[in-house]
Ligand binder design. Sequence first.
Ligand SMILES: *Cc1c(COP(=O)(O)O)cnc(C)c1O
Length: 375
Amino acid sequence: MQKLAFNDLGAQYRHLKKEIDAGIADVIAGSHFISGPQVEQLEKELAAYVGRKYCVSVASGTDALRMPLMAEEIGKGDAVFVPAFTFFATAEVASLCGATPVFCDSDPDTFNLSPQSLEKQIKKTLGDGKLKPRAVIAVDLFGQPADFPAIQQICDQYGLILVEDAAQGFGGAIGDKRACSFGKYSGTSFFPAKALGCYGDGGAVFTDDEEAYRLLLSLRVHGKGSFKYENVRIGLNARLDTLQAAILLPKLHAFDQENEHRKKAAALYEKQLRDRFSTPVIKKGFSSGFGYYTLKAESPEERERIVGGLKAAGIPAMVYYPKPLHLQKVYEPLGYQAGDLPNAERLCNIVFSLPMHGYITEEEIGLVCTALNNL
Ligand SMILES: *Cc1c(COP(=O)(O)O)cnc(C)c1O
Protein backbone atom coordinates (compact mmCIF):
# COMPACT_ATOMS: atom_id res chain seq x y z
CA MET A 1 0.00 0.00 0.00
CA GLN A 2 1.07 3.56 -0.72
CA LYS A 3 2.23 5.74 2.14
CA LEU A 4 -0.73 7.32 3.89
CA ALA A 5 -0.95 11.04 3.06
CA PHE A 6 -2.19 13.80 5.36
CA ASN A 7 -3.79 15.48 2.33
CA ASP A 8 -3.51 13.47 -0.89
CA LEU A 9 -3.38 16.08 -3.67
CA GLY A 10 -2.10 13.37 -6.02
CA ALA A 11 -5.29 11.33 -5.60
CA GLN A 12 -7.37 14.37 -6.47
CA TYR A 13 -5.25 15.06 -9.56
CA ARG A 14 -5.69 11.47 -10.74
CA HIS A 15 -9.48 11.94 -10.54
CA LEU A 16 -9.59 15.33 -12.27
CA LYS A 17 -6.54 15.00 -14.56
CA LYS A 18 -8.42 15.23 -17.84
CA GLU A 19 -10.25 18.46 -16.96
CA ILE A 20 -7.28 20.08 -15.22
CA ASP A 21 -4.84 19.29 -18.03
CA ALA A 22 -7.30 20.57 -20.64
CA GLY A 23 -7.83 23.77 -18.64
CA ILE A 24 -4.09 24.41 -18.39
CA ALA A 25 -3.59 23.71 -22.12
CA ASP A 26 -6.42 26.15 -22.96
CA VAL A 27 -4.80 28.96 -20.99
CA ILE A 28 -1.43 28.39 -22.63
CA ALA A 29 -3.02 28.23 -26.11
CA GLY A 30 -4.92 31.47 -25.42
CA SER A 31 -1.87 33.26 -23.89
CA HIS A 32 -4.19 35.34 -21.71
CA PHE A 33 -2.23 34.70 -18.53
CA ILE A 34 -3.51 37.60 -16.43
CA SER A 35 -7.26 38.38 -16.16
CA GLY A 36 -8.16 35.78 -18.79
CA PRO A 37 -11.79 34.71 -19.29
CA GLN A 38 -11.41 31.78 -16.86
CA VAL A 39 -10.91 34.29 -14.02
CA GLU A 40 -14.27 35.95 -14.60
CA GLN A 41 -16.00 32.61 -15.03
CA LEU A 42 -14.54 31.36 -11.75
CA GLU A 43 -15.66 34.52 -9.92
CA LYS A 44 -19.22 34.11 -11.21
CA GLU A 45 -19.36 30.45 -10.22
CA LEU A 46 -17.82 31.07 -6.80
CA ALA A 47 -20.25 33.89 -5.99
CA ALA A 48 -23.19 31.71 -7.02
CA TYR A 49 -21.85 28.75 -5.04
CA VAL A 50 -21.45 30.58 -1.74
CA GLY A 51 -24.53 32.77 -2.21
CA ARG A 52 -22.93 36.23 -2.46
CA LYS A 53 -23.52 38.99 -5.00
CA TYR A 54 -19.84 39.66 -5.70
CA CYS A 55 -16.58 37.74 -5.81
CA VAL A 56 -13.13 39.28 -6.38
CA SER A 57 -10.47 36.63 -6.94
CA VAL A 58 -7.07 37.57 -5.51
CA ALA A 59 -3.49 36.35 -5.23
CA SER A 60 -3.72 34.76 -1.77
CA GLY A 61 -5.93 34.26 1.27
CA THR A 62 -3.83 36.86 3.04
CA ASP A 63 -4.73 39.46 0.37
CA ALA A 64 -8.36 38.36 0.67
CA LEU A 65 -8.30 39.41 4.35
CA ARG A 66 -6.10 42.46 3.94
CA MET A 67 -8.13 44.11 1.17
CA PRO A 68 -11.40 44.42 3.19
CA LEU A 69 -9.43 46.26 5.90
CA MET A 70 -7.90 48.52 3.23
CA ALA A 71 -11.34 49.13 1.70
CA GLU A 72 -12.61 50.23 5.13
CA GLU A 73 -9.52 52.47 5.57
CA ILE A 74 -8.60 50.72 8.79
CA GLY A 75 -5.19 51.82 10.03
CA LYS A 76 -3.13 53.36 12.82
CA GLY A 77 -5.01 53.71 16.10
CA ASP A 78 -7.66 51.18 15.09
CA ALA A 79 -8.37 47.90 16.90
CA VAL A 80 -9.13 44.73 14.92
CA PHE A 81 -10.44 41.88 17.09
CA VAL A 82 -9.15 38.42 16.16
CA PRO A 83 -8.98 35.00 17.80
CA ALA A 84 -5.61 34.02 19.28
CA PHE A 85 -6.03 30.40 18.12
CA THR A 86 -5.72 30.63 14.33
CA PHE A 87 -3.18 30.91 11.53
CA PHE A 88 -0.92 33.97 11.78
CA ALA A 89 -2.33 35.77 8.71
CA THR A 90 -5.64 36.51 10.50
CA ALA A 91 -3.83 38.97 12.79
CA GLU A 92 -1.02 39.89 10.41
CA VAL A 93 -3.38 41.68 8.01
CA ALA A 94 -4.43 44.07 10.79
CA SER A 95 -0.76 44.85 11.49
CA LEU A 96 -0.03 45.24 7.76
CA CYS A 97 -2.67 47.99 7.66
CA GLY A 98 -1.06 49.74 10.64
CA ALA A 99 -3.90 48.73 12.98
CA THR A 100 -3.50 46.77 16.23
CA PRO A 101 -4.84 43.23 16.59
CA VAL A 102 -6.71 42.68 19.85
CA PHE A 103 -6.65 38.99 20.69
CA CYS A 104 -9.69 37.10 21.95
CA ASP A 105 -10.12 33.68 23.50
CA SER A 106 -11.67 30.66 21.81
CA ASP A 107 -14.57 28.36 22.57
CA PRO A 108 -12.98 25.22 24.03
CA ASP A 109 -15.37 22.92 22.13
CA THR A 110 -15.67 24.43 18.64
CA PHE A 111 -12.19 26.07 18.74
CA ASN A 112 -13.76 29.21 17.21
CA LEU A 113 -13.81 32.83 18.43
CA SER A 114 -15.71 33.04 21.72
CA PRO A 115 -18.44 35.73 21.46
CA GLN A 116 -18.17 36.28 25.24
CA SER A 117 -14.43 36.91 25.05
CA LEU A 118 -14.95 39.16 22.01
CA GLU A 119 -17.40 41.36 23.89
CA LYS A 120 -15.09 41.46 26.90
CA GLN A 121 -12.14 42.60 24.76
CA ILE A 122 -14.27 45.26 23.00
CA LYS A 123 -15.36 46.67 26.37
CA LYS A 124 -11.78 46.59 27.67
CA THR A 125 -10.51 48.41 24.55
CA LEU A 126 -13.22 51.06 24.90
CA GLY A 127 -12.39 51.43 28.60
CA ASP A 128 -8.63 51.80 27.92
CA GLY A 129 -9.46 54.53 25.38
CA LYS A 130 -6.25 54.07 23.37
CA LEU A 131 -7.56 52.26 20.30
CA LYS A 132 -10.75 52.72 18.29
CA PRO A 133 -12.62 49.42 17.79
CA ARG A 134 -13.24 49.05 14.04
CA ALA A 135 -13.46 45.44 12.88
CA VAL A 136 -13.70 41.77 13.85
CA ILE A 137 -12.13 38.94 11.85
CA ALA A 138 -13.77 35.65 12.87
CA VAL A 139 -12.28 32.40 11.57
CA ASP A 140 -14.00 29.21 10.36
CA LEU A 141 -11.34 27.09 12.02
CA PHE A 142 -10.83 23.54 10.65
CA GLY A 143 -13.98 23.91 8.52
CA GLN A 144 -16.71 24.85 10.99
CA PRO A 145 -18.13 28.38 10.61
CA ALA A 146 -17.63 30.69 13.57
CA ASP A 147 -20.73 31.60 15.58
CA PHE A 148 -21.76 34.34 13.12
CA PRO A 149 -25.29 34.93 14.45
CA ALA A 150 -23.85 35.86 17.87
CA ILE A 151 -20.78 37.67 16.50
CA GLN A 152 -22.79 39.74 13.98
CA GLN A 153 -25.05 40.88 16.79
CA ILE A 154 -22.06 42.10 18.81
CA CYS A 155 -20.63 43.85 15.73
CA ASP A 156 -23.96 45.61 15.12
CA GLN A 157 -24.15 46.67 18.77
CA TYR A 158 -20.68 48.26 18.74
CA GLY A 159 -20.67 49.47 15.10
CA LEU A 160 -17.89 47.13 13.93
CA ILE A 161 -17.24 45.72 10.45
CA LEU A 162 -17.35 41.91 10.41
CA VAL A 163 -14.94 39.97 8.18
CA GLU A 164 -15.24 36.19 7.84
CA ASP A 165 -11.85 34.46 7.53
CA ALA A 166 -13.11 31.49 5.53
CA ALA A 167 -9.64 30.31 4.47
CA GLN A 168 -10.51 26.96 6.08
CA GLY A 169 -14.27 27.43 5.85
CA PHE A 170 -15.15 26.55 2.26
CA GLY A 171 -17.65 23.69 2.44
CA GLY A 172 -19.11 24.60 5.84
CA ALA A 173 -22.51 26.18 6.50
CA ILE A 174 -24.90 27.51 9.13
CA GLY A 175 -28.33 26.19 8.23
CA ASP A 176 -28.49 26.68 4.46
CA LYS A 177 -26.15 29.70 4.49
CA ARG A 178 -22.77 28.65 3.18
CA ALA A 179 -19.36 29.70 4.47
CA CYS A 180 -18.02 32.79 2.64
CA SER A 181 -21.43 34.47 3.01
CA PHE A 182 -21.09 35.89 6.56
CA GLY A 183 -20.23 39.45 7.60
CA LYS A 184 -19.74 42.41 5.28
CA TYR A 185 -16.76 40.63 3.68
CA SER A 186 -15.51 37.05 3.54
CA GLY A 187 -12.04 36.03 2.47
CA THR A 188 -10.97 32.55 1.48
CA SER A 189 -7.68 30.95 0.44
CA PHE A 190 -6.87 28.59 -2.43
CA PHE A 191 -3.51 27.56 -0.96
CA PRO A 192 -3.03 23.97 -2.23
CA ALA A 193 -3.75 22.29 1.13
CA LYS A 194 -7.10 24.04 1.70
CA ALA A 195 -10.40 22.27 1.00
CA LEU A 196 -10.60 24.12 -2.35
CA GLY A 197 -7.00 24.67 -3.40
CA CYS A 198 -5.16 25.62 -6.57
CA TYR A 199 -1.60 24.80 -7.70
CA GLY A 200 0.04 27.82 -6.13
CA ASP A 201 -1.22 30.80 -4.14
CA GLY A 202 -4.70 32.18 -4.60
CA GLY A 203 -7.77 33.48 -2.79
CA ALA A 204 -11.07 35.31 -3.12
CA VAL A 205 -13.04 38.05 -1.35
CA PHE A 206 -16.83 38.02 -1.27
CA THR A 207 -19.29 40.79 -0.44
CA ASP A 208 -22.89 41.79 -1.13
CA ASP A 209 -22.09 45.52 -1.00
CA GLU A 210 -21.65 47.14 -4.42
CA GLU A 211 -19.50 50.03 -3.20
CA ALA A 212 -17.21 47.64 -1.32
CA TYR A 213 -16.98 45.51 -4.47
CA ARG A 214 -15.85 48.52 -6.55
CA LEU A 215 -13.20 49.40 -3.95
CA LEU A 216 -11.90 45.81 -3.91
CA LEU A 217 -11.58 45.83 -7.72
CA SER A 218 -9.54 49.02 -7.53
CA LEU A 219 -7.36 47.78 -4.63
CA ARG A 220 -6.61 44.56 -6.50
CA VAL A 221 -4.82 46.45 -9.28
CA HIS A 222 -2.73 49.30 -7.82
CA GLY A 223 -5.67 51.43 -6.75
CA LYS A 224 -6.82 51.95 -10.31
CA GLY A 225 -9.48 54.51 -11.22
CA SER A 226 -11.57 54.51 -14.37
CA PHE A 227 -8.78 52.85 -16.37
CA LYS A 228 -5.55 50.98 -15.74
CA TYR A 229 -3.17 53.95 -15.81
CA GLU A 230 -5.26 56.20 -13.61
CA ASN A 231 -4.43 55.60 -9.93
CA VAL A 232 -6.73 57.00 -7.28
CA ARG A 233 -5.53 55.20 -4.15
CA ILE A 234 -2.68 52.97 -2.97
CA GLY A 235 -3.48 49.37 -3.78
CA LEU A 236 -1.76 46.07 -4.45
CA ASN A 237 -0.92 43.71 -7.26
CA ALA A 238 -3.26 41.02 -5.99
CA ARG A 239 -4.66 39.31 -9.07
CA LEU A 240 -5.32 35.57 -9.29
CA ASP A 241 -3.60 34.38 -12.46
CA THR A 242 -5.54 32.69 -15.24
CA LEU A 243 -3.80 29.32 -14.87
CA GLN A 244 -4.92 29.08 -11.26
CA ALA A 245 -8.49 29.96 -12.24
CA ALA A 246 -8.45 27.24 -14.91
CA ILE A 247 -7.22 24.73 -12.31
CA LEU A 248 -9.84 25.82 -9.78
CA LEU A 249 -12.83 25.47 -12.14
CA PRO A 250 -12.80 21.64 -12.37
CA LYS A 251 -11.95 21.45 -8.66
CA LEU A 252 -14.98 23.62 -7.86
CA HIS A 253 -17.16 21.36 -10.04
CA ALA A 254 -15.96 18.34 -8.03
CA PHE A 255 -16.18 20.16 -4.70
CA ASP A 256 -19.62 18.98 -3.54
CA GLN A 257 -18.65 15.37 -4.05
CA GLU A 258 -15.35 15.82 -2.20
CA ASN A 259 -17.12 17.72 0.58
CA GLU A 260 -19.61 14.85 1.03
CA HIS A 261 -16.69 12.44 1.07
CA ARG A 262 -14.93 14.42 3.83
CA LYS A 263 -18.15 14.50 5.87
CA LYS A 264 -18.51 10.74 5.54
CA ALA A 265 -14.85 10.27 6.47
CA ALA A 266 -15.41 12.45 9.57
CA ALA A 267 -18.39 10.28 10.54
CA LEU A 268 -16.24 7.14 10.19
CA TYR A 269 -13.53 8.65 12.38
CA GLU A 270 -16.15 9.73 14.92
CA LYS A 271 -17.62 6.24 15.18
CA GLN A 272 -14.26 4.58 15.75
CA LEU A 273 -12.70 7.20 18.01
CA ARG A 274 -15.43 8.72 20.17
CA ASP A 275 -15.08 6.21 22.99
CA ARG A 276 -11.47 7.12 23.63
CA PHE A 277 -10.90 10.60 22.22
CA SER A 278 -12.36 14.04 22.34
CA THR A 279 -13.78 14.27 18.78
CA PRO A 280 -14.91 17.47 16.97
CA VAL A 281 -17.96 19.26 18.39
CA ILE A 282 -20.17 20.73 15.67
CA LYS A 283 -22.74 23.23 16.93
CA LYS A 284 -26.41 22.46 16.37
CA GLY A 285 -27.51 23.78 12.97
CA PHE A 286 -23.88 24.19 11.83
CA SER A 287 -22.00 21.97 9.40
CA SER A 288 -18.27 21.66 8.92
CA GLY A 289 -16.49 21.12 5.62
CA PHE A 290 -13.90 19.16 7.65
CA GLY A 291 -10.90 20.64 5.90
CA TYR A 292 -9.16 19.29 8.99
CA TYR A 293 -10.16 16.56 11.44
CA THR A 294 -8.87 17.73 14.80
CA LEU A 295 -8.91 15.95 18.16
CA LYS A 296 -8.03 17.07 21.68
CA ALA A 297 -5.62 15.07 23.83
CA GLU A 298 -6.09 15.09 27.59
CA SER A 299 -2.76 16.81 28.26
CA PRO A 300 0.27 18.18 26.40
CA GLU A 301 2.18 15.01 27.42
CA GLU A 302 -0.55 12.79 26.02
CA ARG A 303 -0.50 14.72 22.73
CA GLU A 304 3.24 14.25 22.45
CA ARG A 305 2.82 10.53 23.03
CA ILE A 306 -0.02 10.23 20.48
CA VAL A 307 1.62 12.27 17.71
CA GLY A 308 4.93 10.46 18.26
CA GLY A 309 3.19 7.06 18.28
CA LEU A 310 1.29 7.84 15.07
CA LYS A 311 4.45 9.00 13.31
CA ALA A 312 6.22 5.80 14.38
CA ALA A 313 3.32 3.84 12.83
CA GLY A 314 3.78 5.75 9.55
CA ILE A 315 0.72 7.93 10.03
CA PRO A 316 1.14 11.65 9.53
CA ALA A 317 -0.49 13.75 12.25
CA MET A 318 -0.10 17.52 12.38
CA VAL A 319 -0.38 20.14 15.09
CA TYR A 320 -2.36 23.21 14.00
CA TYR A 321 -1.39 25.47 15.81
CA PRO A 322 1.30 25.00 18.44
CA LYS A 323 1.51 28.63 19.60
CA PRO A 324 -1.28 31.17 20.18
CA LEU A 325 -0.87 34.47 18.37
CA HIS A 326 -0.91 36.70 21.47
CA LEU A 327 2.25 34.93 22.68
CA GLN A 328 4.11 35.11 19.34
CA LYS A 329 7.41 36.98 19.60
CA VAL A 330 6.38 39.68 17.14
CA TYR A 331 3.43 40.65 19.38
CA GLU A 332 5.47 40.82 22.61
CA PRO A 333 5.26 44.66 22.57
CA LEU A 334 1.46 44.36 22.99
CA GLY A 335 2.10 43.05 26.50
CA TYR A 336 0.02 39.85 26.64
CA GLN A 337 1.01 37.27 29.27
CA ALA A 338 0.64 33.50 29.39
CA GLY A 339 -2.70 32.86 31.11
CA ASP A 340 -4.47 35.84 29.47
CA LEU A 341 -6.40 33.65 26.97
CA PRO A 342 -6.49 30.26 28.70
CA ASN A 343 -8.66 28.33 26.21
CA ALA A 344 -6.55 29.34 23.19
CA GLU A 345 -3.36 28.51 25.08
CA ARG A 346 -4.65 25.11 26.19
CA LEU A 347 -5.88 24.21 22.69
CA CYS A 348 -2.43 24.98 21.27
CA ASN A 349 -1.03 22.48 23.76
CA ILE A 350 -3.47 19.60 23.20
CA VAL A 351 -4.92 19.56 19.64
CA PHE A 352 -3.72 17.37 16.77
CA SER A 353 -5.12 16.74 13.29
CA LEU A 354 -5.50 13.44 11.45
CA PRO A 355 -5.21 12.69 7.71
CA MET A 356 -8.27 14.11 5.90
CA HIS A 357 -9.09 14.87 2.26
CA GLY A 358 -11.74 14.30 -0.38
CA TYR A 359 -10.32 10.95 -1.52
CA ILE A 360 -9.30 9.26 1.76
CA THR A 361 -10.43 5.62 1.83
CA GLU A 362 -12.30 3.66 4.48
CA GLU A 363 -9.26 1.40 4.73
CA GLU A 364 -6.95 4.36 5.42
CA ILE A 365 -9.30 5.67 8.11
CA GLY A 366 -9.34 2.19 9.63
CA LEU A 367 -5.53 2.14 9.76
CA VAL A 368 -5.40 5.52 11.49
CA CYS A 369 -8.04 4.50 14.03
CA THR A 370 -6.43 1.16 14.76
CA ALA A 371 -3.08 2.84 15.34
CA LEU A 372 -4.70 5.45 17.61
CA ASN A 373 -6.74 2.95 19.60
CA ASN A 374 -3.63 0.79 20.13
CA LEU A 375 -1.51 3.61 21.52
C1 LIG B 1 -4.37 29.63 5.07
C2 LIG B 1 -4.97 30.65 5.95
C3 LIG B 1 -4.85 32.04 5.69
C4 LIG B 1 -3.96 32.61 4.65
O1 LIG B 1 -4.13 32.14 3.35
P1 LIG B 1 -2.93 32.20 2.29
O2 LIG B 1 -3.60 31.83 1.01
O3 LIG B 1 -1.90 31.21 2.73
O4 LIG B 1 -2.40 33.60 2.24
C5 LIG B 1 -5.54 32.91 6.52
N1 LIG B 1 -6.28 32.47 7.55
C6 LIG B 1 -6.40 31.16 7.84
C7 LIG B 1 -7.26 30.74 8.99
C8 LIG B 1 -5.73 30.20 7.07
O5 LIG B 1 -5.85 28.91 7.37
